[in-house]
Design a protein around this ligand. Structure first.
Ligand code: ATP
Ligand code: MG
Length: 405
């Protein structure tokens, strides 16, 4: 019965001069997300809402609605909520008919459900009239339609509830050119449309955390490029393939970013042969950050992004994070910093990266990993160890040169 989908977004984020920019980005994103599966969908932006309809105004079938739900719930960043909707001529009699038919599908089963729970179904109308020539004002539309349904289903079965506690809220909007009716609203990711902020470079491992950090950053408007480190031949080809799969999947959420894979095994051997083993993890991280920052600068990217959290592993004490941070002079975003692992896992499951991440594949950091890593590496300690490595900076440069731009 639905011939349109309506998307809502918070005005707050889109106020001011940037509003048009935000809205355009959001429209482009919706087109990108849906064009493969729904190529003949048309998009319109009207007064703080985005509309989607088929070119020939036909109804959505089950599969098409499934495509909408699957993509909007996770990928429509910047959208707060959406509803499959019925668009019709702005005439009271037509609106009544549509409400009768639509209510006929959802209200009887909902009444039964409420009866089974020993209560009365609570419902309400929310009407909005922007065409002042329409004979009824918003309040009167609500009253008219409420008494229409009350008459059909009986007041003992339907209780008017004007609060958010209503089981069913039916929305009606009357505009000059059309009226719109919807029966259900679904949450979308919210945040900001990806692409309305500058690009960042994510250090992407095969773990659970960094893909979630990427998602959260996209949801704040920044598209993400990726850099992954491996240690072939000490890590198998699967290490690289896993990161490639995750990056490809994350690219379905954004205007696709590039993936740089960098082999750091020569540097790791130098660390192994010249430095205190207890400092290895921190020294590995510092060289990863340095390579990432150099690549970011070449790409004119101004921030790095990691899946670091506080206190999760030995390298994530405040002291060690400070020492790692100190390796580069660049903004580093750590959206997971205050998250518990369980919270991160819940997001990973929801966005679909968990199944990729849970596959066990050796990681670069575990190559020559010490048994007893130090939790208190000072900047001076790290610098002293790095000074023992002959040609440290040349090796860093060489690693960067392996990347194709
Ligand atoms: P993750 O689950 O993302 O691997 P983690 O909790 O296992 O995170 P660490 O392994 O200590 O934590 O890594 C912290 C962060 O450093 C990662 O989130 C990622 O951003 C970066 N990182 C670690 N290893 C690599 C790697 N091999 N390639 C790219 N980035 C890495
Ligand atoms: Mg890891």
């Amino acid at each position: 019965m639905y011939n349109a989908v309506i998307c809502r977004y918070h005005e707050i984020a889109t106020k001011g001069n940037n509003r048009t920019h935000f809205e355009r980005t959001m429209l482009e994103n919706l087109r990108r997300i849906l064009r493969m599966e729904l190529p003949d969908l048309r998009y319109r932006r009207v007064r703080g809402r985005i509309w989607m309809e088929f070119a020939d105004h036909r109804n959505f079938n089950e599969q098409e609605l499934e495509v909408i739900h699957r993509n909007l719930a996770l990928r429509a960043m910047g959208i707060e909520s959406y509803s499959p909707a019925i668009v019709l001529a702005p005439e009271l009699e037509k609106i009544r008919e549509v409400i009768k038919a639509a209510a006929g599908e959802i209200i009887p089963p909902a009444i039964e459900q409420a009866h089974r729970e020993g209560r009365t179904l609570r419902f309400r109308f929310r009407a909005r009239r922007s065409d002042k020539r329409f004979p009824l004002c918003s309040k009167d539309i609500e009253i008219d339609l409420t008494s229409l349904l009350g008459g059909i289903y009986g007041r003992e079965n339907l209780k008017l509830d004007l609060n958010d506690t209503a089981d069913i809220t039916i929305g009606v909007e009357v505009r000059e050119e059309m009226a719109i009716v919807w029966l259900e609203s679904f949450p979308a990711p919210g945040g900001l449309p990806v692409g309305c902020n500058d690009r960042t470079l994510a250090l992407l491992s095969g773990g659970i955390d960094s893909p979630v950090a990427c998602y959260l950053t996209m949801k704040r408007g920044s598209p993400v490029d990726f850099i992954g480190f491996h240690s072939a031949p000490y890590t198998p080809p699967e290490t690289v393939e896993k990161v490639e799969r995750i990056a490809n999947y994350l690219n379905t959420f954004q205007q696709p970013g590039r993936l740089y894979m960098v082999n750091i095994v020569e540097l790791q051997k130098m660390v192994r042969d010249n430095c205190n083993p207890r400092l290895r993890t921190v020294l590995y991280r510092r060289l990863m950050f340095r390579i990432a920052a150099l690549i970011a600068r070449k790409r004119k990217i101004k921030a790095l992004l990691t899946g670091e959290s506080l206190g999760q592993v030995a390298s994530q004490t405040v002291e060690n994070m400070n020492t790692i941070n100190n390796a580069v002079d660049m903004l580093i975003l750590r959206p997971l910093c205050g998250q518990d692992k369980m919270e991160t896992i819940a997001i990973a499951r929801k966005i679909g990266t968990f199944d990729f991440s849970k596959e066990q594949v050796p990681d670069s950091c575990t190559v020559f990993a010490p048994d007893n890593p130090s939790t208190r590496v000072t900047v001076a300690d790290a610098e002293a160890e790095e000074a023992r490595i002959p040609g440290y900076w040349d090796l860093i440069e060489k690693a960067v040169e392996t990347v194709e731009f």
